[in-house]
Design a protein around this ligand. Structure first.
Ligand SMILES: Cc1ncc(C[n+]2csc(CCOP(=O)(O)OP(=O)(O)O)c2C)c(N)n1
Length: 387
C-alpha cells in the first residue's frame, strides 16, 4: 500500500502548568517589560470579568459571555495584531479588543442591551477598533466575515491580515469550513484561532466532532495549522508570531539568492508589513524591519541609481532623502530605531514604497516608463515564444 499524503499537527507549549519554562526561552520570554505588560492585561481582564459576572448574577447586566480562563489566548491575540489588521471576534474576546480601543463600558453597554456599545465604526469610532467587526453571536459566521476582509486585502494589495476567533463548537459549522476552504484556495491573509474550552454550552467537544484535533480541520483546507497551549501566553504568541518569522527566513533566502540588497513582503505576494535588507559589503549583516515607519527625513536629497528585483534589468537614477530614521520591530520582536544614510537610506525608502504598492520606475519620466514597458512586453513575448 502506498501513502497518498501524510500530515502532522505541531503542539507548542513554552510553559508547564506550573509556569516553568519547558525548553529554551523564546525572545519574548526574556523581554521582561513586555511580559509585565502582558501579565497586567491578563489581570485587568480577569478583574473586569469578575466584576461583570457579579453584575450579571445580581440582575444588573443581561447575558454576559465570560472570558474566565481565556485570558492568555485573548491577550496573546490582541498583542500580536497590528493596528491596521482586522479583528473579527465571537462574543467574549474583550482582552484582545481592549488593545484595539474597545473600553470596558462598551462591553457593559452591549451586554446591558445598548447596541451602541457594539458600534465601533460609528459613534465610538474615535476610540479605535475602526477596522474590526462587532461582536458576533451567530456561531462562526465571523469566520466568513474575516475571510471576506482578507479577500479584499489581497485584492487591493494591502499588507494586512484578518483574524477571526471561534470556539471548539464553532468548528462544527459550515461557515467555519467555508472560511478555511476559501482561505486555502485563494491563499488569503486569514488567521483563524480556535479557542477550545472543551464545551459548546453543555455539549462536550467529544460529542461535537470525531476529529482527533481541531487544528487538523485547517489542514483539510490547505492551511498551516498549529496547536498551542491556550493557557500559555508565550505559546500563543510563539504561534501567532511564527508566520512572520518563517516569512522573514524565506525573504532573506530569496533576497540573497537574487543578489539583492532589499526585499519587501509585497514583492513575494505576501501582504505583510515586513522588509529585509542587507547593504553590507560582505552581505552578512541582515536587517529585518517588521511594521516599519519612517520617523524622520533629511531635507538634503541624494540622486542615485536604483534597480529592483521586481523590474529586472532596469536601472535608473532616482532622487531620495539623503538620510532617514526608521522605527520597526526586529526579528526578535523588539522595537528599535535606526538612522540610515547612503545606500541604506535608499534601500529603506525603496522598500517602504513597495509596501505602499509603489515601484521605483514610477519616479521616472513618462517617456522612460513607456520605453521600459515596451522592453518588458517584448521580453515577455520572447519568453512565451521560447516556451
Ligand atoms: C448559529 C447559532 N446557533 C446556535 C447558537 C446558540 N449558541 C450560543 S453559544 C453556543 C455554543 C458555542 O460553543 P463554542 O463555539 O465552543 O464557543 P464557546 O462559547 O464555548 O467559547 C451556541 C450553540 C448561536 N449563537 N448561533
Amino acid at each position: 500500500m502506498s501513502v497518498a499524503a501524510q500530515f502532522s499537527v505541531e503542539f507548542i507549549q513554552c510553559l508547564s502548568p506550573e509556569g516553568a519554562l519547558t525548553g529554551a526561552p523564546s525572545p519574548l520570554a526574556t523581554n521582561f517589560e513586555t511580559l509585565r505588560d502582558l501579565f497586567q492585561r491578563m489581570l485587568y481582564l480577569r478583574v473586569f470579568d469578575t466584576k461583570a459576572i457579579a453584575l450579571q448574577r445580581t440582575g444588573k447586566l443581561g447575558t454576559y459571555a465570560s472570558a474566565l480562563g481565556h485570558e492568555a489566548a485573548h491577550v496573546g491575540i490582541g498583542s500580536s495584531l497590528l493596528p491596521q489588521d482586522c479583528f473579527a471576534p465571537m462574543y467574549r474576546e474583550y482582552g484582545a479588543q481592549f488593545y484595539r480601543g474597545v473600553k470596558p463600558r462598551h462591553v457593559l453597554m452591549y451586554w446591558g442591551g445598548d447596541e451602541r456599545g457594539n458600534n465601533f465604526a460609528g459613534a465610538n469610532s474615535e476610540l479605535g477598533a475602526l477596522h474590526d467587526f462587532s461582536w458576533c453571536v451567530p456561531i462562526s459566521t465571523q469566520c466568513l466575515h474575516a475571510a471576506g476582509a482578507a479577500m479584499a486585502f489581497k485584492y487591493r494589495g494591502e499588507p494586512r491580515v484578518a483574524l477571526a476567533v471561534c470556539g471548539d463548537g464553532g468548528t462544527s459549522k459550515s461557515d467555519f469550513y467555508g472560511a478555511i476552504n476559501i482561505a486555502g484556495a485563494q491563499q488569503l491573509p486569514l488567521v483563524l484561532v480556535i479557542v477550545n474550552n472543551q464545551y459548546a454550552i453543555s455539549v462536550p467537544r467529544t460529542n461535537q466532532t470525531g476529529a482527533k484535533t481541531l487544528a487538523q480541520k485547517g489542514l483539510a483546507g490547505g492551511l498551516r495549522s498549529i496547536q498551542a497551549d491556550g493557557n500559555d501566553i508565550l505559546a500563543v504568541r510563539a504561534v501567532l508570531d511564527e508566520r512572520i518569522r518563517r516569512l522573514v527566513g524565506d525573504m532573506l533566502e530569496t533576497m540573497y539568492a537574487a543578489d539583492g540588497v532589499g526585499l519587501a513582503a509585497t514583492q513575494v505576494d505576501v501582504h505583510e508589513r515586513v522588509i529585509v535588507m542587507d547593504t553590507s559589503e560582505q552581505h552578512d549583516q541582515p536587517v529585518v524591519l517588521i511594521n516599519p515607519e519612517i520617523t524622520d527625513r533629511s531635507d538634503e536629497l541624494q540622486l542615485a541609481e536604483e534597480g529592483c528585483l521586481s523590474v529586472p534589468l532596469v536601472y535608473d537614477r532616482v532622487q531620495r532623502h539623503a538620510r532617514v530614521t526608521v522605527r520597526a520591530l526586529g526579528r526578535d520582536g523588539q522595537a528599535f530605531e535606526m538612522d540610515t544614510e547612503g545606500l541604506s537610506a535608499i534601500c529603506v525608502q525603496h522598500e517602504m514604497d513597495h509596501l505602499l504598492g509603489k515601484v521605483f520606475v514610477e519616479y521616472l519620466s513618462p517617456l522612460k516608463r513607456d520605453r521600459i514597458r515596451t522592453r518588458m512586453l517584448k521580453k515577455a513575448r520572447e519568453e512565451e515564444r521560447a516556451g
